[in-house]
Write a protein that binds this ligand. Structure first.
Ligand code: 0O2
Length: 221
């Protein structure tokens, strides 16, 4: 029956989820290394925080249904690419692209797709950089290539996205236009704030460099 089929699929899914858990652990280690090394070399930490999550089996099945895929592990493995999800919150917009390129340069990270919702925000105002990558996971008897979705954003983008998600959560009716408009406005405000902070940071860095140069000159005498 359909019910039994769904039940056995769920058990199979739980086992299959394990490889995504390993992929998240691998990715978390990579990000942690970048964070520590960057701090050590540049005396600066571009990453504010990192959050990871495994998509719940229910959400996976919902997505399979929504997208019209077949209910098979093979189909899910090939098509649902955000089962393992990592969200990196950075200090500045420029940090987003730095982190993204540092991850892409790693030999075992295969870039599958990149969606730049910072250069091209979603119509509702959503901004973030999304990478879909594949990384190898080595197990006792096999190697698997696992999809991981990495979302990289600033604190302001994260603030907007988290609250927007909460505002809409579990509301299935049509959202009033003025609320949509004001949320979009809020996204624009968040993005202006990001640009302002970026500019201030650049100016400060320049001042610090000048200061360093002056100190060096002084030392030469
Ligand atoms: P959750 O709970 O975060 O897992 P698809 O993944 O196929 O449904 P698409 O367009 O291929 O959709 O993926 P896309 O646009 O890269 O976005 C997927 C994820 O980005 C979402 O995951 C959200 O986490 C985030 N996201 C995208 N658009 C918005 C938005 O308008 N507002 C907020 N708050 N988050 C957004 P899930 O699976 O929807 O949710």
């Amino acid at each position: 029956t359909n019910f039994n089929h769904m039940k056995s699929l769920k058990i199979e899914l739980l086992r299959f989820m394990m490889s995504y858990k390993f992929a998240l652990e691998e990715m978390n280690t990579k990000i942690n290394i970048l964070k520590q090394e960057f701090q050590y070399i540049h005396d600066y930490n571009p990453i504010e925080h990192v959050k990871s999550r495994l998509k719940a089996p229910e959400s996976i099945l919902n997505k399979v249904h929504r997208k019209g895929y077949k209910f098979s592990v093979k189909e899910i493995r090939e098509n649902i690419r955000d089962i393992a999800g990592i969200r990196i919150t950075c200090s500045y917009i420029s940090d987003i692209y730095k982190i993204s390129s540092m991850l892409q340069k790693q030999k075992d990270v295969k870039l599958i797709e990149i969606k730049d919702y910072i250069k091209n925000p979603k119509p509702n105002g959503y901004q973030s950089l999304h990478l879909i990558v594949q990384i190898p996971i080595f197990m006792s008897d096999r190697e698997e290539q696992i999809f991981v979705e990495i979302q990289i954003r600033t604190i302001a983008m994260d603030f907007w996205a988290s609250l927007e998600h909460k505002i809409y959560y579990k509301y299935n009716k049509e959202i009033p236009q003025h609320i949509k408009d004001e949320l979009k406005e809020a996204a624009v405000t968040a993005s202006q704030l990001d640009r302002k902070m970026e500019k201030l940071q650049e100016e400060m860095n320049q001042l610090k460099e000048e200061e360093d140069d002056n100190l060096q000159e002084l030392r030469m005498y």
